[in-house]
Design a protein around this ligand. Structure first.
Ligand code: ZN
Length: 434
């Protein structure tokens, strides 16, 4: 997928050869539910705020930069974080690059687009992986670099190499307006906000080939990704009683030809009043918990997922190690281990047992009390075991398996089921062959 995205962006730059257009803009490619194994395993609900992945009110988020990004550029990112702090009871605490454990990790790089994990979904990523990508090529002041090329007597069309060479020779000329727009938007995702254009019943997308082609050519997205990033309509629940806000920093720009009724929208560059109100409602100052809080479990301090072939019991024993913290609401929680082949495709379940949505799995259900913290398989304690007999496995030959561990929650009160609260996978492991 990364490869496709890189090609998409290169095509965009090379395709944009008129100087008037300058650098093109990549769209925000934030995927909701994160991209995991090859069967999409969230319900794909979208909306203005993902209630189930909000950080706890008052959290001080530990943030660091991955390798790359000048001091000057990093300072600009940190400025944008302050903008959200004005309205939300949440802090971004920027730590040194070598900090071992952080919630958010920002990569200022090239070729990965602009995107962010949504709220606590950042916990699904390993500490050596970034949770936010910014493509710095699209922060460059295009007018400035094109002017300097012209001064040297070089006429358009310009190619990517020329522009990168100019940037290297004379760095730190940024399009401040665009930079601020993109960074504020992605940090909005990091706080749990979703795309405003997914507000139900507002944008009547023209789901024609021309729109799919447009996103394929400009972003390198396949049809599934366009459906997911652009056309997805949120469940009414996630609007949290708000009105549609066309001025939101979380809204995509829309061209008239992309809608059936000619509706269009230009990019927004500032936090709207609606953005300020919504983030203040999710993270209220002077209050312990938001009125918008739903049942939620925070899965933290995750240790190694231990997987052992038990030859006596003739099965695979999986012992995940983690802490679970509940908020003031009650939820039904499922600890699920699914099996996938080494290419990342889930194995199919044969019967009614060891079956999670059609995939071969083993799980435990737990009803967790409000405001509790429970440790599983910590400090010598063995209090959660997931087991799957060898005879459930398909013919594997010498191939290996991947174990995907997930925590799901049913918010019965709000009729929002199967919410993914945590997800991680092992490296491929050997199992006894049939
Ligand atoms: Zn976005």
């Amino acid at each position: 997928m990364k490869k496709v995205l890189i090609i998409g962006i290169l095509a965009m730059i090379i395709g944009t050869q008129s100087e008037a257009q300058g650098f093109p803009k990549p769209g925000c490619s934030t995927g909701v539910g994160d991209w995991m194994l090859k069967k999409k395993d969230t319900l794909g609900d979208r909306g203005v705020g993902d209630n189930y992945h909000m950080w706890e009110n008052g959290t001080v988020l530990k943030v660091k930069f991955m390798a790359g990004g000048s001091k000057a550029l990093r300072a600009k990112v940190m400025e944008c974080a302050k903008e959200w702090e004005k309205y939300a009871n949440i802090k971004f605490s920027f730590l040194p690059d070598n900090s071992p454990a952080t919630e958010l990790r920002i990569k200022l790089g090239k070729g990965l687009g602009h995107n962010s994990a949504v709220g606590t979904e950042a916990r699904f990523r390993k500490q050596n992986e970034q949770t936010i990508n910014f493509d710095t090529l699209f922060f460059a002041d295009a007018d400035y670099y094109i002017a300097s090329l012209k001064k040297k007597g070089i006429n358009p069309p310009y190619n990517l190499t020329q522009l990168i060479t100019e940037m290297k020779a004379d760095p730190n000329h940024w399009n401040e307006k665009e930079l601020k727009r993109v960074v504020t938007h992605e940090l909005g995702h990091a706080l749990g906000l979703l795309h405003e254009q997914s507000f139900p019943g507002v944008v009547k997308w023209n789901k024609s080939d021309s729109v799919y082609n447009y996103y394929r050519e400009t972003q390198g997205w396949d049809r599934d990704k366009v459906d997911f990033n652009v056309f997805e309509i949120s469940n009414q629940f996630y609007t949290n009683g708000t009105k549609y806000d066309p001025k939101s920093i979380m809204h995509y720009s829309i061209a008239p030809w992309q809608t059936t009724d000619g509706y269009s929208l230009k990019d927004n560059y500032e936090l709207s009043d609606g953005d300020k109100k919504l983030i203040a409602a999710f993270y209220p100052k002077g209050k312990t918990e938001s009125d918008l809080a739903v049942a939620k479990v925070d899965v933290t301090n995750v240790g190694n997922l231990k997987v052992v072939n038990d030859m006596v019991r003739k099965g695979i024993v999986i012992t995940p190690s983690f802490d679970v913290k509940t908020n003031s609401k009650i939820g039904e929680v499922y600890f699920v281990a699914r099996l996938a082949d080494e290419d990342g495709y889930y194995l199919k379940a044969d019967g009614d047992y060891y079956n999670w949505g059609g995939t071969l799995a083993t799980y435990r259900k737990a009803i967790l009390m409000p405001n509790k913290k429970i440790s599983y398989n910590k400090a010598g304690q063995k209090n959660l075991e997931l087991f799957i007999p060898f005879d459930q496995l398909p013919k594997m030959g010498n191939s290996k398996i991947i174990v995907a561990f997930a925590v799901y929650m049913d918010d019965v009160k709000n009729k929002q089921m199967n919410k993914l609260m945590y997800f991680s996978t092992t490296t491929p492991l050997s199992v006894p062959s049939k």
